[in-house]
Design a protein around this ligand. Structure first.
Ligand SMILES: *[C@@H]1O[C@H](CO)[C@@H](O)[C@H](O)[C@H]1NC(C)=O
Ligand SMILES: *[C@@H]1O[C@H](CO)[C@@H](O)[C@H](O)[C@H]1NC(C)=O
Ligand SMILES: *[C@@H]1O[C@H](CO)[C@@H](O)[C@H](O)[C@H]1NC(C)=O
Ligand SMILES: *[C@@H]1O[C@H](CO)[C@@H](O)[C@H](O)[C@H]1NC(C)=O
Length: 297
């Protein structure tokens, strides 16, 4: 009788511990969504829940402002300020956390990594289809109302103060035939990428360099060019030639530490098929989950 109870009890404990894969060793993760999305959309809720159940790690999607509208119209730097306050205020992140970002959320995520003074440390950065080296046309530019607004603002001049202050993607639109305009007028990406000689901030590089792993998902029919998710970009002055990451100055001169991380084997360049932000479960299993199960080092 006693032995039976002992065995039953043991089985239950074994069963329970099989169900919950080592929650005490996994760091929590957070998710930043892309443009035209919000944390409480079905897809985002499903993504966060799926990653959480597959990894056994606790995950939260962090909302910036009111979701969809602010994702279009709040400048990225403002979004980062809000995100920075939020991560600093989440005590469960204090020992470090992993960051998963989709599309424009990558600008917010990398902003939090590089610019957030006093924030908790990010360990692994999983960058799903991020416009890391800029995009050359507005994202998701369909005949929706927001797109018409975007297009007309861009016609007004994407690098004017007016547009920069009113349209989130203006912070990372890089028109290859107007690089001078971009360097002077674009308020966000040149700073994030330490692109301007004389204005580079070594703190940004130090912080990005401290990541344990960077997983760059390239996929995409929405980003132009798609190589931007791997930090590739149009050659200055050209709409024809695309520089792969290793040929960009960001990489060769190592403005943010990407090259050093890559040489240390810490950058994973992943290419997956499918429409924008439609990731298969098996790609998630192979390329994302291992970095969410990370054990403290
Ligand atoms: C996410 O969505 C898929 C497909 O619709 C579904 O099979 C799965 O159960 C959902 N996962 C969660 C955690 O809600
Ligand atoms: C910090 O979090 C608490 C609850 O966890 C909340 O009441 C408070 O408003 C938050 N502060 C900021 C600055 O977000
Ligand atoms: C570099 O960035 C850090 C972190 O945001 C900031 O504290 C510092 O003042 C910046 N340095 C320069 C020279 O702008
Ligand atoms: C954009 O247009 C294509 C083709 O008409 C459609 O399949 C897609 O769902 C649209 N995307 C958005 C975000 O409206």
């Amino acid at each position: 009788m006693a032995t039976n109870m002992l065995i039953t009890g043991f089985c239950i404990i074994t069963f329970i511990s099989t169900l919950s894969p080592t929650p005490t060793t996994s760091l929590p993760f957070i998710v930043f969504h892309g443009i035209a999305d919000q944390c409480n959309s079905k897809r985002l809720q499903n993504l966060t829940a799926t990653l959480s159940s597959l990894s056994g790690a606790h995950g939260d999607c962090i909302e910036i402002g009111n979701g969809v509208l602010d994702s279009f119209f709040m400048p990225i730097e403002k979004q980062i300020e809000i995100a920075c306050k939020k991560v600093k205020n989440m005590s469960k992140l204090a020992q470090g956390y992993n960051l998963v970002a989709e599309s424009q959320g990558n600008m917010v995520g990398r902003g939090v990594i590089e610019l957030c003074d006093g924030g908790p440390p990010v360990k692994n950065f999983i960058a799903l289809a991020g416009p890391h080296a800029g995009i050359a046309s507005p994202p998701l530019c369909n005949v929706t109302r927001s797109c018409i607004i975007q297009a007309s603002l861009i016609n007004l001049g994407v690098y004017t103060k007016f547009v920069q202050e009113r349209l989130a993607p203006a912070g990372y639109i890089r028109i290859p035939t107007d690089i001078e305009g971009y360097k002077v007028g674009c308020k966000f990406l040149p700073k994030l990428n330490n692109e301007i000689a004389g204005q580079r901030n070594s703190t940004y590089k130090e912080r990005f360099s401290s990541l344990q792993n960077v997983v760059l998902f390239e996929q995409d029919r929405a980003l132009v060019p798609r190589e931007t998710s791997w930090f590739g970009q149009y050659e200055d002055g050209s709409w024809n030639r695309i520089l792969p990451v290793q040929q960009t100055k960001l990489y060769t001169e190592d403005w943010i530490g990407l090259r050093a991380l890559d040489e240390a084997g810490k950058v994973k360049f992943v290419s997956v098929t499918g429409d924008h932000l439609q990731f298969s479960l098996s790609d998630m299993q192979r390329h994302v989950i291992p970095y969410l199960i990370s054990v403290e080092e």
